[in-house]
Every structure is written in structure tokens, then in C-alpha cells.
Design a protein around this ligand. Structure first.
Ligand code: MEV
Length: 325
């Protein structure tokens, strides 16, 4: 029996270790955060897919042709993966239907927190649940295909963490392992205010890799070792070591040229004010930073960063992952 409406939500994410290098087979440590993307879908009586988002953008697709209803010139780029997520499921389920999709995001787009991947995960799940109870692994694989329409070299990590939640040790070759920990990391997310396109940064790293093969190989192997050491540090609760490894990871990201001067300014502010570790998170080029603080200094550090005109977002790890209502 087919339903006429369905809802799902999926969490945004941070990458604690290993972004960019994960695209080339190294490990990454990723965490889902308690900021969600909610997607509601309703069958309509046309053959059109209409998408509305609380980011203030609206578009519709008829016979795969995009029609801008509200928003700026990047609207199609933001809505395309949502559209692809819906049509991927409809074609798998051999359904030729029109759907209204309503997206409510608790995180901004283009700041490195995985909103696009989370949106794909929630859309695939919501549309699939019109027909039956979706399987999470299947949802994740379809979300990755949809995300790859805008970011073709995606490692898939963002979709995995958004689907399964918690804290994971991920490799695109070996899959993921849940990191079981009850310890609460004291984290602050800082928005640099600079938006980026993940696909562009991944392409710039690809160029860096092709121009500097042997250096990139060495940096990748350092990134992988940092991830392994970080896994041990998380398991034994050694926060000082974890912070030091975050700083080392940021240095590697500077070397592959994905850090922006704002990212590095935030590093300096955090170092001056007692952070245990700080690094960019996600694609970089601005976007967001993740800061590990001693629990007792979190408030002081947050106000110091805010005093320098950067927005801080307090986050906790989300253990629910994809939720289908
Ligand atoms: C983006 O959130 C993370 C990157 O490593 C790209 C990817 O893993 O697909 C930069």
C-alpha cells in the first residue's frame, strides 16, 4: 500500500580527523551532531517535483527541466541533489509520480557541516518510505549516488555518518566501524563566515595531489596515522593527546592548501585561550572549525571567539542518525 506523505530527518556532521585524505583511501573519524535536516514529502497529482527549503529557495523540476521559483543563482546547485535523491528512488521503485518536498535545515548550507549529504539521506528515506520501510544501507548508497551529482569524487563518508549517527571510523574502501564511547567530548563549532563549494575544494586537492605525488603520499600516510592514534586517544579518553592530534591534522590541511586565513586566525585565537585542539572541519576554504576545549574553559573560550566576531555553535554528538517518522 502506497502512502501519500512521509517524513524523515538526518543529522549534520563534523569531521574530527582525515577530511580530504579520506577521498584517496585514508581513514577519517566523523561525528554526527545534534543539528538536523528535516524532509517531508507529499505525493502531488502532477508529474512535477517541487522543492521548498527554509533557506528561502524554491524550485521545481518537470521532465528533469529546472524552473527557479525563488532564490539566487546557486539555487539549482543546492536543490539538484535533493531532486536526484527523489528521482533515484522513484526510478528504482518504478514509480512515475509527482512529489512536493519540504526541507527544513537546522544548519546553513556550504559551511562544512554536511547539510547536503544529510538532505540526500533524509530525502531518499522519506521518498522510499512512501512505498515500504527503507533499509538504512540502501538509503545511504542511494544518497551517495545523489550527492555525487554535485560532488563527483565524494568519499561517501558524509552520507554514512548522517545515516548511522554517533562517532565512526570510516574508510571508503573498508567501510565504517562505530566508535563506542560514553565520554562526552567538549566541542565548539565555529563558523568562519566564508562559504565554500565542497566539489571545488576537492578538485583543488586533486590538482595538488597530481602536482605533488610523493609529498601527497607522505601527507596521506601521516593523516592515516593521526586517525589511528586519535582512535586510541578517544578509546582511552586522552583528551590532551586528541587535541594535539587535531592540531597536527590542521597543519596537514594547511599543506594541501585548503585552509583559509580566517581558519588560521581562529586557530590562533583558540591557542591563545587554552583550547586543547583546533582544526578546520569538512572541506575547508573557510567553512567551519572544530575546537576541543577543557570542559571548564568552554564558556570562556566561546566568549573569546565570539568577541572576535565569529559565530559559535555549541554541539553534542547525535546517536540517532537517520530517523524515519
Ligand atoms: C567533506 O565534508 C569531506 C571531504 O573529505 C570530501 C569527502 O569526503 O567526500 C572534503
Amino acid at each position: 500500500m502506497r502512502k501519500t506523505s512521509a517524513k524523515a530527518s538526518a543529522p549534520a556532521k563534523i569531521i574530527l580527523f582525515g577530511e580530504h585524505f579520506v577521498v584517496y583511501g585514508s581513514h577519517a573519524i566523523m561525528a554526527a551532531i545534534n543539528r538536523r535536516i528535516h524532509v517531508a514529502v507529499f505525493l502531488n497529482k502532477t508529474q512535477t517535483i517541487n522543492i521548498t527549503s527554509n533557506l528561502g529557495i524554491i524550485g521545481s523540476y518537470t521532465d528533469s527541466k529546472f524552473n527557479l521559483i525563488k532564490g539566487g543563482k546557486n539555487t539549482k546547485e543546492i536543490l539538484d541533489p535533493v531532486y536526484k535523491s527523489a528521482v533515484n528512488v522513484l526510478s528504482e521503485r518504478k514509480q512515475n509520480l509527482g512529489i512536493d518536498i519540504n526541507v527544513v535545515s537546522e544548519v546553513p548550507h556550504g559551511v562544512g557541516l554536511g547539510s547536503s549529504a544529510a538532505c540526500c539521506v533524509a530525502t531518499v528515506a522519506a521518498v522510499d518510505s512512501l512505498f515500504h520501510k527503507p533499509d538504512k544501507l540502501w538509503v545511504c548508497s542511494k544518497a551517495i549516488e545523489s550527492e555525487q551529482t554535485v560532488h563527483k569524487d565524494s568519499s561517501g563518508g558524509d552520507c554514512y555518518i548522517s545515516t548511522f549517527g554517533g562517532l565512526i571510523y570510516y574508510s571508503k574502501i573498508k567501510g565504517f566501524k562505530t566508535i563506542e564511547t560514553t565520554r562526552d567530548l567538549s566541542l565548539i563549532i565555529v563558523n568562519t563566515g566564508i562559504k565554500h563549494r565542497t566539489g571545488d575544494l576537492v578538485s583543488s586537492v586533486k590538482k595538488f595531489k597530481n602536482d605533488n605525488r610523493s609529498l601527497f603520499k607522505d601527507l596521506s600516510s601521516c593523516a592515516d596515522n593521526i586517525c589511528q592514534d586519535a582512535l586510541t586517544a578517544i578509546n582511552i579518553g586522552d583528551e590532551k593527546k586528541l587535541g594535539k592530534l587535531m592540531n597536527e591534522n590542521h597543519t596537514l590541511l594547511q599543506q594541501i592548501r585548503v585552509s583559509h586565513k580566517k581558519n588560521d586566525q581562529i586557530v590562533r585565537i583558540c591557542f591563545k585561550n587554552g583550547a586543547l585542539g583546533v582544526k578546520l572541519t569538512g572541506a575547508g576554504g573557510g567553512g567551519s572549525m572544530v575546537v576541543l576545549t577543557p570542559k571548564e574553559d568552554k564558556i570562556k573560550l566561546t566568549s573569546e571567539i565570539e568577541r572576535n566576531s565569529y559565530e559559535c555553535v555549541p554541539v553534542k554528538i547525535d546517536y540517532d542518525g537517520l530517523v524515519i517518522y
